[in-house]
Design a protein around this ligand. Structure first.
Ligand SMILES: NC(=O)c1ccc[n+]([C@@H]2O[C@H](COP(=O)([O-])OP(=O)(O)OC[C@H]3O[C@@H](n4cnc5c(N)ncnc54)[C@H](OP(=O)(O)O)[C@@H]3O)[C@@H](O)[C@H]2O)c1
Length: 326
C-alpha cells in the first residue's frame, strides 16, 4: 500500500508509550470538533513493531533517534512537540524534503511569559536569599536595590515566545527592550535588530532573557565576551537552548561578582548530571526544562489543526525554515 489516501498512520514519540491513549483521544476530539481533515488518524507508538514504515504519514516527535525519521519513506509531515527544531535537525539524516512543524501554541507562549515574569521578580527580590534564610530559620529582613520600574529587561529573540514574554514583563512595570534578526515594532518596547545593535542592547539589560533558537549564528551568544557587556550586577534568565550558553563563563561571572544571579532551564545534558555545579551554586536556580511545557491537550489541538491545514493543501503554522535554521 502506498496510495496517499490510505496513509493515515501517525507515529508518536513524545511522552512515551503510556501517553499514546491520551494523544489518540485528544487528536480524535479536535478532529471531530474543529479540524475534520485530521479525522481517522491511526495513532501508534513510535516503537510499535507491527507498523510498516512505508505506511507512516506523520511523525510527532521529541528527540527521535538519528536515522529513524529517514527510515519512513512516505513521511508527509514531521511534528515537533517543542518550539525548537534542533532536537530533530541535529540528526544529519533527517529528511529535509518533509515539512517540519514546530509546536508554537499560544498556551506555551503564555507559560513562557509566566516563567519569565516569575524568574525576573525572583531575581529582582532575591528570592533565593529568603529561601536560604528559611532553611536556616533565620528572620532577617533585607532590602533589595530596585523595583521593576527602574529595571530594564532585555529579551534576546522576539518570536512567539519572546514577544509574549516581553508583553508580560512590561505589564509588571519593567522597562522592556528586545533584540531580533529583523526589526520589530512593538508598543512600549524598544526593539533592536542584528549584530550591529547587539552591544548597545546588552549594555542596557539589568536582566537578560534568552529566547533564541539554536542556530549556528546564535551558538555561544551567552559567552564571557557578551556577558561582560551587561551592566555590572545584571542577571540572566536562560530559557533558550544549551548551545547558547557557555556555562563556565556564566559561573565565572557569578563567582567574581560581576553577575548577580541566574535562572537556567536548559542544559547540555538533560537530565542534569548529579555532579553538575549548577545544582549547588548559590546564585543559580535550576529548573528542569519546563519553562513552557504546553499541555498535551493544547498541543494535540495545534497538531490536529496543522494536519488539517496540510490536508486541505494550505500552509501549516510553525514551519521550520531550513535557510534561517529556525
Ligand atoms: N525552555 C523551554 O521550555 C523552551 C520552550 C519553548 C521555546 N524555547 C526556546 O525559545 C526559542 C524561540 O522559540 P519561538 O517559538 O519564539 O521561536 P521563533 O518564533 O522562531 O522566534 C525566534 C526569534 O529569535 C530571533 N532570532 C533568530 N536568530 C537570530 C539571530 N541570529 N539574531 C537575532 N535574532 C535572531 C528571531 O528573529 P526574527 O523575528 O527576525 O526572525 C525571532 O525573533 C526556541 O527555539 C527554543 O530555543 C525554550
Amino acid at each position: 500500500m502506498t496510495s496517499q489516501e490510505k496513509l493515515r498512520i501517525l507515529l508518536v514519540k513524545s511522552g512515551g508509550e503510556a501517553a499514546i491513549d491520551e494523544w489518540r483521544s485528544h487528536l480524535a476530539h479536535f478532529a471531530a470538533t474543529e479540524s475534520p481533515e485530521a479525522a481517522g488518524l491511526d495513532v501508534r507508538w513510535w516503537n510499535d513493531a507491527s507498523v510498516p514504515p512505508e505506511d507512516v504519514a506523520y511523525a510527532l516527535v521529541w528527540q527521535p533517534e538519528p536515522g529513524r525519521l529517514a527510515a519512513l519513506p512516505n513521511l508527509r509531515l514531521i511534528l515537533s512537540t517543542a518550539a525548537g527544531a534542533d532536537h530533530i535537525t541535529t540528526d544529519p539524516t533527517w529528511p529535509r524534503h518533509v515539512p517540519l512543524i514546530r509546536a508554537v501554541t499560544p498556551e506555551a507562549a503564555q507559560r513562557m511569559g509566566e516563567y519569565v515574569c516569575m524568574a525576573s521578580l525572583a531575581l529582582l527580590r532575591d528570592l533565593k536569599r529568603s529561601v536560604r534564610q528559611q532553611a536556616e530559620r533565620r528572620w532577617n529582613s533585607f532590602e533589595t536595590e530596585r523595583s521593576a520600574t527602574d529595571t530594564c529587561i532585555g529579551i534576546l529573540g522576539l518570536g512567539t515566545m519572546g514577544m509574549r514574554a516581553a508583553e508580560m514583563v512590561r505589564g509588571l512595570g519593567f522597562r522592556t527592550i528586545g533584540w531580533s534578526r529583523s526589526r520589530k515594532a512593538l508598543d512600549g518596547i524598544a526593539c533592536y535588530a542584528g549584530d550591529v545593535e547587539l552591544q548597545g542592547f546588552l549594555a542596557q539589560c539589568d536582566i537578560l532573557v534568552c529566547l533564541l533558537p539554536a542556530t549556528s549564528e546564535t551558538d555561544a551568544i551567552l559567552s564571557a565576551e557578551h556577558l561582560a557587556l551587561l551592566p555590572r550586577g545584571a542577571a540572566l534568565v536562560h530559557v533558550g537552548r544549551s548551545s547558547h550558553l557557555r556555562f563556565d563563563d556564566l559561573r565565572a561571572a557569578l563567582d567574581n561578582g560581576y553577575l548577580s544571579g541566574a535562572f537556567v532551564d536548559v542544559f547540555e545534558q538533560e537530565p542534569l548530571p548529579q555532579d553538575h555545579p549548577a545544582w549547588t551554586h548559590e546564585k543559580i536556580i535550576v529548573t528542569p526544562h519546563n519553562a513552557a511545557v504546553a499541555s498535551r491537550r493544547m498541543r494535540a489541538k495545534f497538531f490536529a489543526a496543522q494536519i488539517a491545514a496540510f490536508e486541505r493543501g494550505e500552509s501549516p503554522v510553525g514551519i521550520y525554515n531550513a535557510v534561517r535554521g529556525y
